[in-house]
Design a protein around this ligand. Sequence first.
Ligand code: UDX
Ligand code: UDX
Length: 476
Amino acid sequence: MEIKNICCIGAGYVGGPTMAVMANKCPDLNFEVVDFNEERIKKWNSKDLSELPIYEPGLAEIIKDCRGKNLYFSSLVDEKIKNADMVFISVNTPTKTSGIGAGKASNLKWVEACARQVAENSKGHTIVVEKSTLPVRTAEAIMTILESSKNSNNSRSKQISFDVLSNPEFLSEGNAINDLNKPDRVLIGGENDQAVEALCKIYKRWVPEKKILKTNIWSSELAKLTANAFLAQRISSINSISALCEATGADIREVSRAIGSDSRIGAKFLDSGPGFGGSCFKKDILNLVYLAEYFGLPEVATFWNAVVKLNTWHQHRISKLIIKKLFGNLSSKKIAVLGFAFKSNTNDTRESASIQICKDLLDEGASLSIQDPKVSPEQIEIDLNLAMSSNQNKNLVNKNNSEGCWEYSSKIEDALLGADAVLILTEWKEYSNIDWLKMSDKMRRPGWVFDSRSIIEPKKVLKSGLNFWRVGDGVI
Ligand code: UDX
Ligand code: UDX
């Protein structure tokens, strides 16, 4: 199974960076990234690399090196499938919003559409690789669709054949290029050893062989869901304890350090924050919950569902706490919101805790001045489902109106001007370097700083005469 031409359907947060790194590591192979979203493809092809649709440290440099040499972006889905020896499916798999499994199960309509496109266009032998996170046994459905195309009466159908592999992506946004260059492990699930070996051969060019794990296809699919569920579970666990810290006088950072020094627990993923976001955690856990229910395991379903419930509770807990500290009234008050992305070093806002917390504050009539180094005001407008205030930069606080409103500030300083409170929701580096002595003069008193990411030195804020709260700190 000689692989020369690789096609990836889906030029999103996973497909784009993954293919870019593969192209960079395999100059002799050809990579075609296709997406039916022509606007997105246009951005991937834009000369100005700051206009790429995704912000990831290190990505633009790779695109500069490989694009037009062995890495191409287009919307020619059918044509590129025809030439491909291997097709990665990297399309989105959102949670179903209606029908059976609504709110939990994954909507596989895009994955199925891709399988059909491959079935209709492929030539010779094609290895189809699931990159998208999928429910267990999706490979079976993909194979059934692919195999059915062999039953037609045309000459092409006699010459085509398929293998399906599961090769889930474990990259973490904001660190995607590092994760792809030096993965903890690469997981390849499949039934046909030759197909597994063909994919393995590609990774072996830069990943040590001992880090390439081969499993059966169902274990690989389930391992991806389980990895995300375990990671999310750690965050809900630490966030639950942060509430207890605030109530008892303990400090979550000290608790995290103490438990993280136990090598069985490990120090990573123990930072209490505003609640986990991102496109994967919630969706994948709900998917696991759905699978558990489907297979008659309600206790398993309840266990994992609690991780998502705690996360939502924690986000509301932070909003409620802010409202309480600001005398239970947010109307005619300006709150500077620093950070809208679900974590730093990305422009991705999917499931960001900022969305829920901002909505809660807007419901209370707050005037928000939102700042994020990478998220556009257009994206915030979509996420909040609320148009930006037309009073932009004049008089944001609408004293005669109890409804909340928001504006976009390109500078931290502008966001803080006349603010009653500052709320840090994303751990962007620039927020940890704010000169509070200088900035506090621009705010209205009594002013508050709420740090949901623990990136600020409490003393520096307290010295400026502002009040300070940070997550999980029962000591302040
Ligand atoms: C990925 C995975 O695929 C998903 O399963 C995982 O849980 C999260 O990461 P991601 O790359 O983040 O998704 O999604 P997104 O950025 O939305 O990109 C998917 C792309 O696929 C979009 O650009 C969309 O236009 C494209 N698409 C979708 C197609 O080209 N064809 C389709 O049929 C469907
Ligand atoms: C995650 C998985 O890490 C990755 O392996 C998988 O492929 C996709 O889902 P991602 O969503 O990009 O990656 O980001 P991640 O770094 O896992 O963070 C998820 C959320 O948890 C973010 O909102 C982050 O701020 C939060 N988080 C993370 C914490 O609140 N505390 C921590 O200690 C770590």
